[in-house]
Design a protein around this ligand. Structure first.
Ligand SMILES: Nc1nc2c(ncn2[C@@H]2O[C@H](COP(=O)(O)OP(=O)(O)OP(=O)(O)O)[C@@H](O)[C@H]2O)c(=O)[nH]1
Ligand SMILES: [Mg+2]
Length: 194
């Protein structure tokens, strides 16, 4: 797969607008500010493919990208406290609708900030993915911000914090220094060949 051939397709803010699923999809899911858009930019080696912001809640639409025969979905982040109730409801409808539509979801990259324990919202999302049997991999973001020791400690804690941790692939990732990028690209390549 040539990652340079990525094209931005469209943005959708409501469920009704979502295009039909006619290609296998890989979704990027995680709380607001965890680094979804940064990860997409890093994986595709583009500065502004997905909009990155230090202000949480930047991505409020589902944004679709495509490379050859695979579609990528940058999902809006959850768990941002300062968002109005109506907006939260809209988020929940959009995400649940996305996952419950008859889509060909090949993989979900579930992003979790490596510095902290999964939040209550993260746990809910993990539960949702497990219960609905979506294939997913956990991406531990911002790993560049941890010392070697902190990192080891977090890894050990995650084994307790994440349900079925021993059966789930977890990849430390940094959009800052590129750690984990090759592993992620390899996973995507493998899916593209199926
Ligand atoms: N040090 C470090 N900072 C990161 C990393 N990834 C993202 N950030 C920073 O975290 C902030 C949020 O990044 P985004 O990529 O916009 O996060 P998002 O998950 O797309 O956020 P929403 O669109 O609000 O859901 C930005 O200030 C990024 O520069 C990383 O791997 N390391
Ligand atoms: Mg974003």
């Amino acid at each position: 797969m040539n990652f340079h051939n990525v094209v931005f397709e469209t943005s959708f803010g409501t469920l009704k607008q979502l295009p039909k699923s006619d290609l296998p999809e890989i979704a990027f899911s995680g709380r607001s500010n965890v680094g979804k858009s940064s990860m997409i930019n890093k994986v595709f080696n583009r500065k502004n493919l997905a909009r990155v912001s230090s202000t949480p809640g930047k991505t409020v639409t589902i944004n679709f990208f495509r490379v050859e025969n695979i579609r990528f979905a940058d999902l809006p982040g959850y768990g941002y406290a300062k968002v109005a109730k109506g907006e939260k409801r809209r988020w929940a409808e959009l995400i649940e609708g996305y996952f419950h539509q008859d889509r060909d979801i090949a993989l979900v990259f579930q992003l979790i900030d490596m510095r902290h324990s999964p939040t209550a919202d993260d746990q809910m999302m993990l539960q949702f993915l497990i219960e609905n049997e979506f294939p997913f991999i956990i991406i531990l973001t911002k790993c560049d911000k941890l010392s070697k020791k902190q990192r080891q400690e977090r890894m050990e804690s995650l084994l307790q914090e994440v349900p079925y941790a021993d059966q789930i692939t977890m990849i430390p990732f940094s959009s800052e220094n590129g750690e984990g990028v090759e592993a992620v690209k390899q996973i995507i390549e493998e899916l593209a060949q199926e």
